[in-house]
Design a protein around this ligand. Structure first.
Ligand SMILES: [Zn+2]
Length: 98
């Protein structure tokens, strides 16, 4: 079935009712499907991404493959002590009276 080009045809916005050129009216899309409304630019609600939640499978794993956690051995404590810089600085003088 073929249709006329309709380059000068007018149409009403399905939401506000104002008249626009038919070619300027846009099909409104909801959940990636046309909902049947043909609306003007100011009435157009773009398709919200929250309608597509769960559609794309996104892997965001937290676990490491074949991990080697610290076992708390003496050598691991020594390794931490070597690579940790001590906190140094002068805060002030403290007078101790006995
Ligand atoms: Zn409108």
């Amino acid at each position: 079935m073929s249709y006329a080009k309709g380059s000068k045809a007018l149409g009403e916005c399905d939401r506000c009712g104002f008249t626009y050129k038919l070619a300027e009216l846009k099909y409104e899309v909801e959940n990636e499907t046309r909902n049947g409304l043909r609306v003007c630019d100011s009435c157009l609600d773009p398709d919200h991404p929250q309608f597509q939640l769960g559609r794309d499978v996104v892997a965001d794993p937290e676990a490491l493959f074949d991990p080697r956690p610290d076992q708390g051995n003496f050598t691991s404590l020594f390794t931490v002590a070597i690579h940790t810089q001590p906190i140094e600085g002068k805060i002030g003088n403290v007078k101790v009276v006995l």
